[in-house]
Design a protein around this ligand. Structure first.
Ligand SMILES: [Zn+2]
Length: 374
C-alpha cells in the first residue's frame, strides 16, 4: 500500500482531499488531537476515534524524556503502546525543546538541553529526531527545525530559517527510504514574505511528502497569522498536504482552511475541557459560571456527543466546580467532537463549492453567543 495525497476539490483557496497511509486514510482538512504523553488527556483512544479523528499527534520531546523512545520501541511502538491503530504524526521535538526545556545550547549540530522533568541532559539533532520518530513508529515524521518566538528581528529570523533548512536536508538524509512512512518539511521565516518564499524553495528542492507552515501561532496574533497565510501556503506545492502547526481556536482553523491549509493540531479542545471551557457553534461557554447551576438544558442541543446527549449544563457545572474527573472527560469529548464536526462541515462545503457560505454561517453562529440564561 502506498502513501500519498489526493486533492479532491478546491473552493477558492480552500482544499479538500485524502492523505493515504498504511494505517488508514486522513480526510482533509484534518484536525489532529494532541496525544502529548501517549494519551489524549481524559479520553480513551476509542473515544477519540469516535469523535471522528483520523490521526493523532504525538510529541517527540515528551516521549523521549518519558518513557523514552527505545522503551516504546521495545514495547512494540507507539500505536501498540497507547492502543491507537490509526495514523500518528509526531513533531520533531524542536519546538518544545525551545519552549519547555532548561539550559538550552543551540549549535549547527543541534540542541543540548536539560529535561524539565528531572534535569537530565539530552542532545537533539536532526539525526536523533529522525531516529526517535522511527523508534516510535510514527506514520508522518516531521523534519527537525528551530522555531523562534515572535516578534523576532529580521536577522534572527533569517539565520534561524537558514539553519532550519540545513537541518531539513539532514533530516531528509537521515530519514532515508522508508516505504509506508511520510516525512514533512517545515517552512520558517516568521512573517517575512521573502523569507517564507526562500524557505519554501529550499524545502521543495529537497523534496518532502508534505509541508508544514511552522513558526506561526507563537504570539503574533490572528491578524498577523492570517496575513502570513495569505501568501505563505501559495509558495508550497499544490499536490502535497500543507500542515499549520499548533492552531488553534475554531475561528483560526476556519480562517486557515480558507487560506489553503489541510491539517492542523492544537491542545486547545482538550486543555479547555479540563478547565471547564466548552467550544460550541455559538462560541465559547464557561461551565464554571453560576448561570448554569440550575440549567437542565444540554450544553448544545444540536450536538450528538455523549456529553450533550446525556448530561445537563447543571450537572457539568457541578462536576466542574467539584473538580470531578468526569468534568474534564465530558468536556474534552464534547470539544473534540465539535472540532471534528467543524472539519467534516468544511470538507463537505468545499466539496460542494459552498465554503464561503459555510464560513459566513460559522461566524454568524459565534456572533449569536451562548443561549440566553433561563
Ligand atoms: Zn456535545
Amino acid at each position: 500500500m502506498t502513501t500519498g495525497f489526493t486533492l479532491k476539490a478546491t473552493d477558492g483557496r480552500a482544499r479538500t482531499g485524502v492523505i493515504s497511509t498504511t494505517r488508514g486514510e486522513i480526510r482533509t482538512p484534518a484536525f489532529m488531537p494532541v496525544g502529548t504523553a501517549a494519551t489524549v488527556k481524559g479520553m480513551m483512544p476509542e473515544s477519540v476515534a469516535a469523535t471522528g479523528a483520523d490521526i493523532l499527534l504525538g510529541n517527540t520531546y515528551h516521549l523521549m524524556l518519558r518513557p523514552g523512545a527505545e522503551r516504546v520501541a521495545r514495547l512494540g511502538g507507539l500505536h501498540r503502546f497507547m492502543n491507537w491503530d490509526k495514523p500518528i504524526l509526531t513533531d520533531s521535538g524542536g519546538f518544545q525543546v525551545m519552549s519547555l526545556s532548561e539550559l538550552r545550547k543551540l549549535t549547527e549540530k543541534g540542541v543540548t538541553f536539560r529535561s524539565h522533568v528531572d534535569g537530565t541532559k539530552y542532545e537533539l539533532t536532526p539525526e536523533r529526531s529522525m531516529e526517535i520518530q522511527r523508534l516510535l513508529g510514527s506514520d508522518i515524521v516531521m523534519a527537525f527545525d528551530e522555531c523562534p518566538a515572535l516578534p523576532a528581528d529580521r536577522t534572527r529570523l533569517e539565520e534561524s530559517m537558514r539553519l532550519s533548512m540545513r537541518w531539513a536536508l539532514r533530516s531528509r538524509e537521515a530519514f532515508g527510504d522508508r516505504p509506508g512512512h511520510m516525512l514533512f518539511g517545515i517552512m520558517q521565516g516568521g512573517l517575512e514574505r521573502d523569507l517564507r518564499e526562500e524557505s519554501a524553495k529550499a524545502l521543495t528542492e529537497i523534496g518532502f511528502d508534505g509541508y508544514a507552515v511552522g513558526g506561526l501561532a507563537v504570539g503574533e496574533g490572528q491578524e498577523a497569522m492570517f496575513a502570513c497565510l495569505d501568501f505563505a501556503p501559495e509558495f508550497l506545492p499544490q499536490d502535497k498536504p500543507r500542515y499549520l502547526m499548533g492552531v488553534g481556536k475554531p475561528a483560526d482553523i476556519v480562517g486557515a482552511v480558507a487560506r489553503g491549509i489541510d491539517m492542523m493540531d492544537c491542545v486547545l479542545p482538550s486543555r479547555s475541557g479540563r478547565t471547564g471551557q466548552a467550544w460550541t457553534r455559538r462560541g465559547q461557554v464557561n461551565l464554571r459560571n453560576a448561570r448554569h447551576a440550575e440549567d437542565p438544558r444540554p450544553l448544545d442541543e444540536a450536538c450528538s456527543c455523549p456529553c450533550c446527549t446525556g448530561y445537563s449544563r447543571a450537572y457539568l457545572h457541578h462536576v466542574v466546580r467539584a473538580k470531578e474527573m468526569i468534568a474534564g472527560m465530558l468536556l474534552t469529548w464534547h470539544n473534540l467532537h465539535y472540532y471534528q464536526e467543524l472539519m467534516a462541515g468544511m470538507r463537505a462545503a468545499i466539496g460542494e463549492g459552498r465554503f464561503a457560505a459555510f464560513e459566513a454561517d460559522f461566524h454568524a453562529g459565534v456572533a449569536l453567543g451562548d443561549i440566553e440564561p433561563l
